[in-house]
Design a protein around this ligand. Structure first.
Ligand code: CUA
Length: 340
């Protein structure tokens, strides 16, 4: 019997030891890419402050419960002395435990409602940069109204300027979420939702679809690049320019012909070459940092692997393997990577 108990104890200890690395990983000093506690916009800051405020009230409740528990166990738990209260109720206590929680709930509700209204103005703030966000299974399209700029999975915005996003979907419900820049906003069929924020620190931030939307949901990622105003102007200028035409006789020139003659053109737009609206616009695909909705870095080797077997790299993806192999795919990669 005692051996069995010893074994049980040992098993519990082993389980605790196994869980230790997970706890310690949580204490790591490096900032994980989807950290909600490292706000980089006004919206994210409001949420962070609200979170800390609610945590403060939670802490107060925890302290009250621990003190009450300790008093009940160590001070008021003597048995057998025959002295006890024979009152059926105590009005003062009843008022205290009704008003106390109500007050705490009120103190949490006031800043929460204030933050909700602050975050949802009915019209765009002045001088806002407007961007249309279109969610697809399983990638993100970003359109900049008033310009020719259409990108996929990489949103560029300037720092210190209000950004007004209009979010819609062409298929199912998705959810736009960039933890460093603010809370989630659902993207719902038949409806345009809005989200706005002012980013305050240049850098690139990870985004992720936060609503289950099918087999590719976990791979529906994206990046937001917060640029300095100068960087953003330069980026805008490059994106507005027509795609480069490759020099005759180069691999890229052969790749352009392969692209133009292939079924790729049914889904992808390259300005001046093709018009397709099912897949991402590729006019400046070479300028992007990532491929396939942010799941890998944009390198010629990755692009080749992607074209040769998209379904292996991103299960469920709607882009088929078109059977392009060998020199053909090398030329196509050279062309696409030249589209800076
Ligand atoms: Cu889109 Cu999950």
């Amino acid at each position: 019997m005692s051996t069995r108990f010893g074994r049980k104890k040992l098993g519990g200890l082993a389980a605790l030891l196994l869980m230790l690395p997970a706890f310690l990983a949580g204490c790591s000093k490096s900032t994980p890419p989807m950290d909600t506690l490292a706000p980089k916009s006004d919206f994210a800051n409001w949420i962070f402050r609200l979170y800390m405020e609610v945590m403060g009230w939670d802490l107060l409740v925890l302290v009250i419960v621990i003190v009450a528990f300790a008093l009940a166990v160590f001070k008021f738990s003597k048995r057998g002395d025959g002295v006890g209260s024979n009152k059926a109720s105590d009005m003062r206590l009843e008022i205290a435990w009704t008003l106390g929680p109500a007050l705490i709930l009120l103190m949490i509700a006031i800043p929460t409602i204030r933050t909700i209204f602050r975050e949802e103005p009915s019209a765009p703030p002045q001088h806002a940069l407007k961007v249309e966000v279109v969610a697809h299974q399983w990638w993100w399209e970003f359109r900049y109204p008033g310009t020719k700029i259409v990108t996929a999975n990489e949103l560029h915005i300037p720092e210190h300027r209000p950004i007004w996003l209009s979010l819609r979907t062409v298929d199912v419900i998705h959810s736009f979420w960039v933890p460093a820049l603010g809370g989630k906003r659902d993207v719902i069929p038949g409806q345009v939702n809005h989200l706005w924020f002012i980013a305050n620190t240049p850098g690139d931030y990870y985004g992720q679809c936060a609503e289950f939307c099918g087999v590719g949901h976990a791979n529906m990622r994206f990046r937001v690049f917060v640029d300095t105003p100068k960087q953003f102007k330069a980026w805008e200028k490059d994106q507005e320019a027509p795609p480069v035409t490759p020099k005759a006789g180069t691999a890229a020139a052969r790749g352009e012909k392969i692209f133009a003659d292939s079924p790729c053109t049914a889904c992808h737009t390259i300005a001046g070459v093709s018009k397709g609206y099912i897949g991402p616009n590729l006019s400046h695909v070479g300028s992007r940092a990532t491929l396939a909705s942010g799941i890998m870095r944009n390198t010629p080797a990755n692009l080749k692997r992607w074209i040769e077997d998209p379904g292996k790299m991103k299960p469920g993806v709607k882009m088929p393997d078109l059977g392009l192999r060998g020199p053909e795919v090398n030329d196509l990669v050279a062309y696409l990577e030249s589209l800076k």
